[in-house]
Structures are given as structure tokens and as C-alpha cells.
Ligand binder design. Structure first.
Ligand code: AMP
Length: 403
């Protein structure tokens, strides 16, 4: 990778501005972090900075802020407390995003200490107006934040597909001194290598509800992958394009033509389910049966069937690189989770392959299964990893300095 990393920076005695992804679920009363995975994921870079005598000044967003009343429930205070427990040292929390209180706190910070700035999206609402200074990358804001430190480290892959003041804004105001953290570096390495330089055979598994969300990914991967397995709700728009009956299954009617074009272009690269678990209603307790091909009216496909699982495993067994994004069925309902779980389990057995899970629901599925630690890389960013798989430039990564 040609990007500057945290290991290339001089950190001793420096004010190190760090963009991390602490966008974690918080209890309704704002006092408790309900899932600290993302905080834990940022620890290696934070620890590296403070062990090298840097002053760590952390920035993150949390949720969306569109009006003044959104602010209290989206404070990062509880995150600072959890981070302090995880680091086993005090974390100074500053409840504002600009001004004297923040500047004084930064100036008082000693080497090796940690400070967390309030939610960067507090800047999106000023004096009751929705001005989007953070999420619209207001040039003055990026410049101001950059002026508070000496170097910059971006470890927030989850926001890399966005052009915000706290990632792109700060980085562009610190030319030559904006580096990737360890988490960011890992994401670029695994997703980048998989897409641009894969060990073959390279098989992609795409699932989830909608074709429309993944057309860009399919287009890009058709050029790069050896096979693309399609499961989940999106498979049935392809069924419709092939003239297979879909019954009451999820079909995006306005995308059937696009699906036809993809099928023409893909030839036998695209692998669709052979059979499906169909249900008479969208309910875990629905009546179900397994059918091959045509789905009758009154029935909807909510999971792939046993023959599809076998066929998908057959395509996957010799793969050297696998990228997976999106579930094979309505896996939140236990009676329709089997396809997703079996595929996840099978990926865990592919010890000679690089197996990458691209965030979102497929990540939840592999964690639920307990196979996450058998896979090579679980991406921390759903939207960002999809953008990567689409072959597009991620502004947050582009803004990091070259080595
Ligand atoms: P996505 O966010 O695009 O990855 O889609 C994930 C959602 O797709 C999950 O909530 C699944 O329940 C849903 N999904 C997967 N398969 C189906 C299906 N056959 N019919 C309806 N929804 C589905």
C-alpha cells in the first residue's frame, strides 16, 4: 500500500488528531454503550499512539444530528467512559467540538494522554439550524480542526466512503502528515487485494434484499471475479429476468431489465439458487416447503434450499479468495436462517482461502455462528466496503497522504 501509516509518523510529544469510528449503539438514556466492538477495534492504533508518547485527540461521529434536540442522546460521554475502562486509564471528555474549552483541554494534554472530542456531528446543527458543517465538509471546519494538532491518523474505515470535515477536511489540511491507522490499513489491504489482485479462483457471494443496492458491485465484480453467487431477496429479480415464476417473492419490477442485461453479460459467471424455502406468509411460523424453480402465487421465497446450499458450496470449495456481502435469506427469522448460516459455516472450513466478509448483516451472521475468527477478515464498514467493491474511490482513503 502506498499510503502513509501511523508507523511512518513522528509521534513523540505530538498532538495526534485521530478519526476513529465510535458510532456505537447507546442505551436510550445515553448512559451506556450497548456494543463496544468498534471501540475495541480502534484500541491498537490508540495504544500505539500513546505508547509512542503522542497526545491522542480523538474525533468520531455518533448517529445523525438534524436538530438541537437530537444532541443529548448522541453525546459521546458514555463512549469516553467505556474507552477509559478498556484502556485502563483516564480519558478526558470535552463536551464541545470547538472553542476555548476544547483548545485549552488540548493544550493541557500531556504526552501519552487521551482526549475524546464531542460527537463531530454536533457541528451539523448550529443555533437550531441544520447546516451540516461536518457532513457537508465545511472547509473552515476541517481547517480549524487541523489547526488543533500536529499530525492526523484516520482509523475510521466505516466512514471512508463519505466526504466529511473530520476525515477528508482535516486530512487535506495536513498534507504529508495524514496517515492511516492499523484498522484502516488492514481494510485497504484485504479489500484492496481481493478486488485488484485476487488469488484465483475469486468467488463473490452477494445477497440481501435488493438488487438495486448492489448493481454497482455486480458490474465491477463481473470484470474481476471468476464466479458471483447470488442469494437472498435479490435472487428473485434475476428469476423474473429469466422468466422463472416468483410468486409473492421480493422482486424489484423496475430492475428486471437491468437484471436481464447483467445475465446476458455474465454468462455462466452468475450462480443463482436452484431451490428455495418458500413460505405462505412473511412470518417465522409460516407454512413452508422447499421448491425447485418456479414459485407459485401465494408463496414467497425466504431462504435458499438444500440443493442451492450444496451447489454454492461446490462453487466455493476451490476458491482462493471469497468476498461475501449480504445474507442468503431472511436470517433474522430462525426458520429462514439456514442458508446464511450454512454458507458462513462452510466459509469457516476454507482454510486455504482468503475469506472476507463485507460488513452489515453478513457480519452479524458470522458472529452469531461463532465462525468469525475462522475467516480472514471481517470488514468494519458496510457502506464503505460496498463502495470499495464497486471499484470506486473512497474519499476518506484518497485524502490520506501518500508515502
Ligand atoms: P441488505 O441490507 O441489502 O444486505 O439486506 C439485508 C436484508 O435482506 C435482511 O434484513 C434480510 O432479512 C433481507 N432478505 C434476505 N433475503 C430475503 C428474501 N428472500 N426476502 C426478503 N428479504 C430478504
Amino acid at each position: 500500500m502506498a499510503k502513509l501509516t501511523v508507523e511512518d509518523l513522528q509521534l513523540d510529544g505530538k498532538k495526534v488528531l485521530m478519526r476513529v469510528d465510535f458510532n456505537v449503539p447507546i442505551s436510550d438514556d445515553g448512559t451506556k454503550v450497548e456494543d463496544d466492538n468498534r471501540i475495541v477495534a480502534a484500541l491498537p492504533t490508540i495504544k500505539y499512539v500513546i505508547e509512542h508518547n503522542g497526545k491522542a485527540i480523538l474525533f468520531s461521529h455518533l448517529g445523525r444530528i438534524k436538530k438541537e434536540e437530537d444532541k443529548p442522546a448522541k453525546s459521546l460521554k458514555a463512549v469516553a467512559e467505556r474507552l477509559s475502562e478498556l484502556l485502563n486509564k483516564p480519558v478526558k471528555f470535552v463536551p464541545v467540538t470547538e472553542g476555548k474549552e476544547l483548545e485549552d483541554a488540548i493544550n493541557e494534554l500531556k504526552d501519552g494522554e487521551v482526549l475524546l472530542v464531542q460527537n463531530t456531528r454536533y457541528e451539523d446543527v448550529k443555533d437550531g439550524k441544520y447546516v451540516k458543517r461536518e457532513s457537508g465538509n465545511d472547509p473552515e471546519l476541517g481547517k480549524y480542526w487541523a489547526s488543533l494538532g500536529d499530525v492526523y491518523v484516520n482509523d475510521a474505515f466505516g466512514t471512508a466512503h463519505r466526504k466529511h470535515a473530520s476525515n477528508v477536511g482535516i486530512a487535506t489540511n495536513m498534507p504529508g502528515k495524514a496517515a492511516a491507522g492499523f484498522l484502516m490499513e488492514k481494510e485497504i489491504k484485504f479489500l484492496g487485494d481481493a478486488v485488484d489482485n485476487p488469488q484465483r479462483p475469486f468467488v463473490a457471494i452477494l445477497g440481501g434484499a435488493k438488487v438495486s443496492d448492489k448493481i454497482g458491485v455486480i458490474d465491477n465484480l463481473l470484470e474481476k471475479a471468476d464466479k458471483i453467487i447470488i442469494g437472498g431477496g435479490m435472487a428473485y429479480t434475476f428469476y423474473a429476468a429469466k422468466g422463472i415464476k416468483t410468486g409473492d417473492s421480493l422482486v424489484e419490477k423496475d430492475k428486471v431489465d437491468v437484471a436481464k442485461k447483467i445475465l446476458d453479460k455474465a454468462g455462466d459467471k452468475l450462480v443463482l439458487p436452484i431451490d428455495n424455502v418458500v413460505a405462505d406468509k412473511f412470518d417465522n411460523d409460516a407454512n413452508t416447503k422447499v421448491v425447485e424453480g418456479d414459485i407459485d402465487d401465494g408463496w414467497m421465497a425466504l431462504d435458499i434450499g438444500p440443493k442451492s446450499i450444496k451447489e454454492f458450496e461446490n462453487v466455493l470449495k476451490d476458491a482462493k479468495t471469497v468476498v461475501w456481502n449480504g445474507p442468503m435469506g431472511v436470517f433474522e427469522k430462525p426458520n429462514f436462517a439456514k442458508g446464511t448460516l450454512e454458507i458462513g459455516k462452510f466459509l469457516g472450513t476454507l482454510t486455504n482461502a482468503t475469506t472476507i466478509v463485507g460488513g452489515g448483516d453478513s457480519t452479524a451472521a458470522v458472529k452469531q455462528l461463532g465462525v468469525a475468527d475462522k475467516l480472514t477478515h471481517i470488514s468494519t464498514g458496510g457502506g464503505a466496503s460496498l463502495t470499495y467493491l464497486e471499484g470506486k474511490t473512497l474519499p476518506g482513503i484518497a485524502a490520506i497522504s501518500e508515502k
